[in-house]
Design a protein around this ligand. Structure first.
Ligand code: GLC
Length: 418
């Protein structure tokens, strides 16, 4: 994949580091994840009740936006249309939308965009390239009707689909003010022809020149690894770090799942955020509102945990990136680095026994403190050592830590470099 980092305004994006992904649609009703139509090979008829009975009476995007902001998120990416083809805005191109849904009658996208903008967050729109509902879309290997012999032989006017796709994107980018990210998904096959992506990219740039584009073959402005953190960031063949954003879930699926297992704890999620930034990436963290339109208690609890931690530690996240390669991370620790401030942040995933040793940092640190309370951490450098205490090599700094671990989810030491 070639990353076109020259296009799209990536400056704000790389400073922001943390965003909220929202997967919400009529798949919240079956509550078995957003792929339910495909996994269970449902016909349109079988899937129809979810359109009819979608009634999000508790939909309150102001609350979502307030929670995202408190958690320290700087942008949102909202699913305007997922693979099932249901549109959450007032599109003129299909009646399969939330304004036409009998128990909705509302342009949800408008409300979401307004609410998040009011809180000062940037706006990203997720748009699925595949569409399992459009009659022109190919019955490919992931299509819900793939095992249906009639669907396989039925003629499909694929050109009508690309036209529809381009017209829908035009609606999204002309009706909702400045959009910062257009987050395409599902670009299989990864070819230009399949999506007419050159033409589409040209169209997008003519409407919103600075927008960031993801996953549109040939036009990606950043890499978007899914549920995995590249151990050394994402790099080109010469080793240069490229812009990237990892997307992650609280538990198994992106869309709401009643029996969701494998919830990550607050601590694990905070560590995940740090791991992304420590490798030069952003974290786009997903929430899955319910069919009634609210965040379930488990998600709210995790957002609250993030908010508590970010209140004291956001300095180690915003404007930060991977640390210079010469600073080897101590065991169970991650560095992030703010290059303009020359501050290095040491995140301790486990609490050592009173001391920690930092290699290659002797004579480089002017001052050290715990970030959450700004209390000094005493350093020892170039210690010749004595027989009863640790001997440290001359390029290493020893930090004296309090015996008790600070009562924050992940303690951070802020190091002011010379
Ligand atoms: C995966 C899922 C899709 C989800 C996306 C988010 O591709 O299959 O449903 O929207 O991840 O990145």
């Amino acid at each position: 994949m070639k990353i076109r980092e020259k296009h799209g305004d990536l400056r704000w994006f790389e400073q922001a580091r943390f965003g909220m992904f929202i997967h919400w649609g009529i798949y919240a009703l079956p509550a078995r994840g957003e792929w339910v139509k495909s996994h269970e090979r449902m016909t349109n008829e079988k899937y129809a009740p979810y359109f009819k009975f979608f009634e999000p009476d508790l939909f309150n995007p102001k609350e979502w936006a307030a929670k995202a902001k408190a958690a320290g998120m700087k942008y949102v990416v909202f699913t305007a249309k997922h693979h099932d083809g249901f549109c959450l805005w007032d599109t003129a191109l299909t009646d399969y939308n939330s304004v036409k849904a009998p128990r909705c009658r509302r342009d949800f996208l408008r409300d979401v965009v307004d609410a998040f903008r009011t809180e000062g967050l940037r706006i990203g729109l997720y748009y699925s390239l595949p569409d399992w509902r459009h009659p022109g879309y190919v019955v490919d290997a992931r299509h819900p009707l793939r095992d249906n012999p009639e669907a396989a032989i039925e003629p499909r006017d694929y050109a009508s689909y690309t036209q529809f796709l381009h017209a829908q994107v035009t609606e999204l980018l002309t009706r909702y003010g400045p959009v910062d990210i257009i987050w395409f998904d599902g670009s299989y096959p990864e070819t230009e022809e399949h999506w007419q992506s050159n033409e589409l990219a040209k169209l997008i740039r003519s409407i919103q020149p600075n927008i960031i584009i993801t996953r549109l073959p040939g036009h990606e402005n950043l890499a978007t690894p899914e549920q995995n953190i590249p151990p050394n960031g994402v790099r080109d063949s010469s080793g240069k770090l490229l812009p990237w954003e990892g997307c992650q879930v609280f538990s198994g699926t992106w869309g709401y799942c009643r029996y969701g297992q494998n919830w990550k704890s607050v601590g694990e999620i905070i560590e995940m955020l740090i791991r992304h930034v420590s490798r030069g990436g952003n974290l786009l963290l997903n929430v899955s509102p319910t069919a009634r339109g609210c965040l379930d208690p488990k998600s709210s609890h995790r957002l609250y945990g993030l908010a508590k931690w970010m209140h004291y530690h956001q300095r180690s996240i915003y404007n930060c990136t991977i640390a210079p390669a010469e600073f080897t991370e101590p065991e169970s620790c991650r560095y992030t680095y703010n290059p303009s401030e020359k501050r290095l942040y040491l995140h301790l995933f486990s609490w050592p026994d009173r001391r920690i040793f930092l290699q290659k940092l002797s004579n480089r640190i002017e001052y050290a403190q715990l970030l959450h309370d700004g209390s000094e951490i005493v350093m020892t450098e170039n210690n010749p050592g004595n027989t009863h205490s640790a001997k440290i090599s001359c390029d290493t700094v020893m930090l004296a830590l309090p015996v008790s671990r600070p009562e924050v989810a992940v303690p951070v030491i802020e190091l002011f470099l010379r």
